[in-house]
Ligand binder design. Structure first.
Ligand code: LLP
Length: 423
């Protein structure tokens, strides 16, 4: 059976609680399905990051964390992270606007992405974004031109593609030579501080090799490649003031061993810190992933073809990761965790076989109307949801001790139809 993945989730009198709030009570008050987040878990994860690197790196040489808000971009969450002193990594102009609404200044945000449009670049420059992380030479030239038209100087990091393996799945590995991201070292050397690019200030290099990285070795190899490039650029007289060494820290999805952050911090201390640059990191999933649960109800228990199906009221449109990546998400019941272990195929109501969360998963025996939670739903879950089958987006709830707040209300059918009928 699956385990609980946060110390802030606990069975009290056979009823699963997030911090001090009963999920049975929450389901009654707000309905299902819904995303539930633990503020204490988010706080712990930010502190764990600060401590892991703080303990190993010398004083005054701590990394700056730019939370990759693609993982979970709820404005209330962003506001809280702002209070905790975390900055933002964004990948689209909408994310930057979320950041502004949450109280971040443009200079607290950086922006990545291979397809920045003219309009987006203009908006980033208007907002004095800390850095545009550049992924191609045509983009670099476009930024230079737009900055010139605006009478601005664009701060830029060149994104290195270090050609290393990283990331749990092929679809979320980003640092191999054949991936669409970043630039090779020779291309960066040829273009860094190019004399004709008068409206660009090259502040340094960035890199992000993938997501849900579970081995220190991928980080170490990536760090060695970027450090070598810093040496080559400096030998040519270039200034490299900042290194953004990406995110990707893997989290626990089941009963497996975790990435040892202390060893990643040691790799940063040994390879990156001696270069004397400002150090930036972009964790997303690590901060939010295990703070979230998808609370759902069993609509039917169906027995057919020798299998037992748990048919839930949530579906692949609310949590796409199992369908898209074959990702594992732990599932546990809200009540009666000690009932007889039973094997289930856990599915949603959508008319596709791909709408399956788990096959042959052992859970305590469940009945129609019982509640359960799908874990690790704090990152890449609400933000990847869709309206497929005209299913409204779910509410997001932030639990804080004894209290909870609805930080996004449930979408209504009227919300959905309005976009089509008011035209
Ligand atoms: N920085 C850059 C440039 C990125 O592209 C990403 C994630 C991050 C930072 C943050 O990575 P994290 O620390 O969260 O691993 N939808 C996929 C994950 C896609 C990640 C894309 N880039 C999933 O559900 O697993």
């Amino acid at each position: 059976m699956d385990i609980l993945l946060s110390k802030h989730f606990e069975y009290l009198n056979n009823d699963l609680h997030v911090e001090n709030v009963s999920l049975t009570r929450l389901a009654k008050e707000i309905g299902t399905p819904a995303y539930i987040y633990s503020k204490a878990e988010i706080t712990d994860q930010v502190k764990a990051l600060q401590k892991a690197f703080g303990d190993v790196l010398p004083e005054g040489r701590q990394p700056r964390f730019f939370y990759a808000c693609k993982a979970n971009s709820n404005i209330n969450l962003l506001r809280y992270l702002n209070e905790m002193g975390v900055c933002l990594e964004t990948v689209a102009v909408g994310e930057m606007h979320r950041g502004l609404k949450a109280g971040f200044k443009g200079s607290d945000m950086l922006v990545t992405g291979v397809g920045k449009t003219h309009k987006e670049i203009r908006t980033y420059l208007e907002n004095n974004i800390y850095s545009l992380n550049v992924e191609s030479i045509p983009e670099l030239e476009r930024i230079n031109k737009i900055a010139g038209e605006m009478g601005k100087t664009a701060r830029v990091m060149m994104r290195l593609n270090p050609n290393v393996e990283g990331g749990a799945y092929d679809k979320i590995s980003t640092g191999r030579a054949h991936d669409k991201f970043g630039l090779s070292a020779p291309t960066i050397i040829d273009n860094y501080e190019r004399a004709d690019l008068k409206n660009i200030k090259f502040i340094g290099l960035s890199m992000h090799i993938g997501s849900q990285i579970e081995t220190t070795q991928s980080y170490l190899t990536g760090y060695q490649v970027i450090a070598h490039l810093v040496g080559q650029l400096r030998d040519k007289g270039h200034n490299v003031a900042t290194l953004d060494i990406g995110g990707g820290f893997g989290i626990q999805y089941k009963d497996e061993s975790l990435l040892d952050l202390k060893r990643v911090a040691e790799a940063v201390r040994d390879v990156i810190e001696p270069l004397g640059t400002e150090i930036i990191m972009e964790p997303g999933r690590y901060i939010a992933g295990n703070a979230g649960l998808l609370l759902t109800k069993v609509e039917y228990v169906k027995e057919e073809g020798g299998r037992q199906f748990l048919i839930l009221d949530t579906a692949m449109n609310d949590l796409i990761r199992p369908t898209l990546y074959d990702a594992y998400h732990a599932v546990v019941p809200v009540a009666n965790p000690h009932a007889e272990p039973t094997s289930y195929d856990i599915v949603g109501p959508i008319c596709e076989t791909g709408d399956t969360f788990a096959k042959g998963r052992v859970l305590p025996k469940m009945q129609e109307g019982d509640l359960c939670v799908i874990q690790s739903a704090g990152a890449y879950t609400a933000c990847m949801a869709s309206n497929y089958n005209t299913r409204p987006l779910l509410p997001e709830i932030m639990v804080d001790g004894e209290a909870y707040k609805i930080i996004r209300r449930r979408q209504t059918l009227d919300d959905l139809f309005e976009m089509e009928t008011t035209i």
